[in-house]
Design a binder for this molecule. Structure first.
Ligand SMILES: C[S@@+](CC[C@H](N)C(=O)[O-])C[C@H]1O[C@@H](n2cnc3c(N)ncnc32)[C@H](O)[C@@H]1O
Length: 214
């Protein structure tokens, strides 16, 4: 599946948003079995305030359809960057929709842009950046926390963003963004504790003249 385009039917392996109400949504991976605390493979049954859902029953349902829970019902929605921001597993503080709209607007990015982001964090902003630059663009996102990079990369891949997002493990305050990005970035967004230490590296990564590919 891909967050970057819509499809009609849910397939095994997809990520879906289970919508109970505007204040209660969950991102689910449609897999038939999961591991329990004892590392045993068990049927994937997701518990909500309106009862349980056998996740395998979602396969073949249309995105947007109403699904039964044991004590109520919910809607199963196609994921978007906005819904992912509201449901993602937090590893860090994240950017939320209102700020993300302003960030994307002020970065003046669009299809074909090359955007550099640090840090990746939980990948909330990255999903919105990826949608903004496709087709033809790239988001190079950096974080110095190795495990965070690995988890984010796995999420980007399973959300169909692999062709747009490059997740890299690096301390950008110490080492900058790497020579291969010198003079190539249309936009750079810094969300880390000491952004002023990155300014000299950002100046190297920015395009030196001309406009973006917009
Ligand atoms: C607040 S989080 C970013 C959240 C992200 N914007 C989101 O929306 O999910 C800050 C991230 O910056 C990373 N970070 C802090 N200092 C860094 C550095 N010098 N180089 C690379 N990443 C760094 C942290 O590991 C953390 O994951």
């Amino acid at each position: 599946m891909s967050f970057l385009s819509y499809k009609e039917l849910i397939e095994e392996g997809d990520t879906v948003i289970l919508y109970l109400s505007a204040n209660s949504m969950h991102a689910l991976r449609v897999v038939r079995t999961i591991l329990n605390k004892n590392n045993e493979s068990v049927e994937n049954v997701f518990q909500t305030t309106y009862g349980a859902l056998k996740v395998a029953n979602l396969v073949g349902k249309s995105f947007g359809s109403k699904v039964e829970l044991t004590r109520g019902w919910a809607y199963v929605l196609h994921p978007t960057p906005e819904l992912w921001t509201l449901t993602l597993p937090h590893r860090t503080q994240i950017n939320y929709g209102t700020d993300i709209s302003m960030i994307v607007f002020q970065l003046e990015i669009g299809p074909g842009s090359l955007v550099v982001e640090a840090g990746t964090g939980s990948g909330s902003l990255t999903h919105a950046l990826a949608r903004s630059v496709r087709p033809g663009g790239t988001v190079c996102t950096f974080d110095f926390h190795e495990q965070r990079v690995a988890v984010a990369k796995e999420e980007f891949d399973s959300h169909g963003l692999a062709s747009v997002v490059e997740a890299r493990h690096r301390d950008v305050c110490e080492h900058g963004f790497g020579q291969e990005l010198d003079g190539r970035a249309d936009a750079i967004f810094l969300d880390l504790p000491h952004p002023w230490l990155v300014i000299k590296h950002a100046l190297k990564a920015y395009k030196q003249s001309g406009k973006s590919n917009l």
